[in-house]
Design a protein. Structure first.
Length: 97
């Protein structure tokens, strides 16, 4: 009952240990094993996926808002080519939808 409550949801025991502000208690081998178990098996993959997705969408956003906006087609002055506009449209649709 340390990690999962009687209702089947994640228990608040680890949160209570952290809020207690006792370093000896949180460094206890059972508490450390439980936190490591949650981090290594559940939280790490979700954390890594969310950070990777954030970096990917940030790169797409920067490309659509800044890099592609300032890219100029050769010989057309400040106007983007049709391909550049299509790529910018796809990137912006990806970000905003």
């Amino acid at each position: 009952h340390f990690l999962v409550g009687s209702d089947g949801n994640f228990s608040q025991n680890i949160e209570w240990l952290v809020n207690f502000n006792d370093p000896k208690l949180i460094c206890h081998p059972v508490a450390a094993m439980a936190v490591d178990l949650v981090w290594n098996n559940v939280a790490f993959r979700t954390f890594l996926f969310n950070k990777t997705w954030f970096l990917f969408t940030t790169c797409i956003f920067i490309s659509s808002q800044s890099i592609l906006t300032h890219a100029t087609a050769s010989g057309n002055g400040d106007r983007l080519s049709l391909n550049g506009r299509i790529v910018m449209l796809v990137f912006r649709c990806f970000i905003y939808v």
